[in-house]
Design a protein around this ligand. Sequence first.
Ligand code: ATP
Length: 277
Amino acid sequence: MSASSPTPTASKVLSLNNIEVVYDYVSLAIKGVSLDVPQGGMVALLGANGAGKSTTLKAISGLLVAERGEVRRGEVQFHDRNIGTLSPQQRVQLGIAHVLEGRRVFEHLTPEENLIAASAIRSRADMARNKEMVYSYFPRLHERRSSAAGYLSGGEQQMLAIGRALMTQPKLLMLDEPSLGLAPFLVAEIFQIISRINREEGLSVLLVEQNAVAALEIVSHGYLIESGRVVMHDTAEALKSNPDSGVLSRRRKGKEFPRHQALQPAETLADLITTSE
Ligand code: ATP
């Protein structure tokens, strides 16, 4: 599939139309990215360090402002509405939840208090219902609900960060590298839960990952970003077995592949991104 046109879908919750992002007025981090998340779908944004994944999520949630960044060209559309001028708070109210890289829970508060703190924009009844829903997906948070969040394991903190986002009743959940620093069995557990939430709640998900192997197991489509540009997008199945060494060759640390040489089975797109650090 070409890198220039986004994934065709009937109904989209999110569309990025050729966006450019600059930091400090001059530093061009995103160079014309187009991307779609279908209603109720799960899409991955994959790429190595510094490719522009987090910047893309911040362009959607509005958090670029805090880092002297801005969307200089193109449009961010949420349910066909251009949200470029909305504040981060207004975007949360519309239904966009962004779980930042590195989890960032309130360490001195308990998990229960973390969840309550995230519900300021919802009624008491909503809060109680949402809390129950979060605890049903993450029973471990319920068990640890009275300990300080700073004492939770990395996996539990990631669950809490996702739980906090769910408390805002999002329509689109954006996760920035939820697998970071977690053991593979925990990554598998958390990804399975995200997958269940997507299926059972109809929540659309945009998943940013360097761990393409894990991400491509649960999404339907993936976009590969490199140096601020989408260089490939396709179904997860197609990406998992992509033999296009021309696009992949530059990505492998210390190794070059001839441009048109097919990769060995183990050297799929997923393997290459994961080993790119
Ligand atoms: P990682 O996986 O390491 O988080 P990433 O794919 O999320 O990488 P970004 O963090 O979006 O990449 O960075 C994309 C580019 O933008 C990089 O060149 C980075 O140095 C630059 N960048 C990111 N944040 C800022 C900032 N606050 N100010 C200036 N440049 C930034």
